[in-house]
Structure formats: structure tokens, C-alpha cells
Design a protein around this ligand. Structure first.
Ligand code: DQA
Length: 158
């Protein structure tokens, strides 16, 4: 499906469907923050991986990070109008935020929840995700590759 769309988009000047990849608090510190858990790749590295994947999948990409819950809600609302689908690593807000759950439910788009680490191997408070009920799928524990897999899955859905 993605391949067909890629071929169709090539040379037609058609606007590509856009994936919004949204990142929550402290992910700006990737590469420096607890590398034994999150690895050495920086957020810029993750963005570069996503950009390469989106090029291959004929998807546009909006890639953002915020430490603020309300900003993430605003971006999800923006995605409701502008995105074909959402990949979200809500970081710590995963485990606390009804506001993000409500925004994702209102988005009416495919949503893939991603975590770099395997949240089920960690502290018990990380085992519950408020946003999973709004997600089409959840990927965790595969590091930055999880973002690429999420984009591939999204491309198949849209
Ligand atoms: C995380 C897991 C969360 O529990 C944590 O609060 C994060 C990152 C991950 O990508 O593994 O900040 O979402």
C-alpha cells in the first residue's frame, strides 16, 4: 500500500499525507539522559531516522517535542486538521494525562504510541498508560527503531 502511494505521489506534485511525530517531556535530553535506559541516540538522531523513513514511505513529517502538556494538546488538535496520523511518545505524561487521552480520542486519526524503553520491565507506575485506549497500536522497548516501525504501520493505514 505504502509502495503504491509512493509511486503515485512521485512526480505528480501531489501533497503527501503528513505524519505528526510528537514527543513529550525530557525527550529533548535524549542521548544525555539515562543512556543505560534510553540509549545514546539524540532526539535529532531520532528525527533524522523518521525523516528518512517518511521519505521512503512518501509521507510528509512534522516532528516536535515539548516539555508542556498543554502544548502537546494544542499540537494534537492541530494534527486533527492537518495530519493523516499521529505517532506519539508522550513520555511521563503517558502515565498521568487524561488531557492527552481526550485530545487523542478527539483527533479521529490513527495513533501509534511509542516508547523507547520497555515500560513493562520498569517501575510499576510506568505499566499503566492513560493514552493507550486512544491508540491503534503500541510499540515499546525497541529504541528509536520503534518510531520507524510506527511510521511504517501508519503508512499502511492511511
Ligand atoms: C518513555 C517511557 C516513560 O515512562 C518515561 O517517562 C519517558 C520515556 C520511553 O520512551 O521509554 O520519559 O516514554
Amino acid at each position: 500500500m505504502a509502495k503504491q502511494r509512493q509511486q503515485a505521489a512521485r512526480g505528480t506534485g501531489k501533497i503527501r499525507p503528513t505524519a505528526y511525530v510528537l514527543n513529550g517531556p525530557n525527550l529533548n535530553l535524549l542521548g544525555k539522559r539515562q543512556p543505560e535506559i534510553y540509549g545514546r541516540a539524540t532526539l535529532a538522531d531520532v528525527e533524522a531516522l523518521c525523516r528518512k523513513a517518511c521519505d521512503g514511505l512518501a509521507l510528509g513529517l512534522v516532528f516536535r517535542q515539548s516539555n508542556h502538556e498543554g502544548q502537546l494538546v494544542d499540537w494534537i488538535q492541530e494534527a486533527r486538521d492537518k495530519a493523516a496520523g499521529i505517532v506519539i511518545n508522550a513520555a511521563a505524561y503517558t502515565h498521568t494525562s487524561v488531557a492527552l487521552l481526550d485530545a487523542l480520542n478527539a483527533a479521529e486519526k490513527p495513533v501509534i504510541e511509542v516508547h523507547l524503553s520497555n515500560i513493562y520491565r520498569r517501575e510499576s507506575f510506568r505499566h499503566h498508560s492513560y493514552i493507550s485506549p486512544a491508540a491503534t497500536g503500541v510499540i515499546c522497548g525497541l529504541g528509536p527503531k520503534g518510531y520507524v516501525l510506527a511510521l511504517e504501520a501508519l503508512a499502511d493505514m492511511i
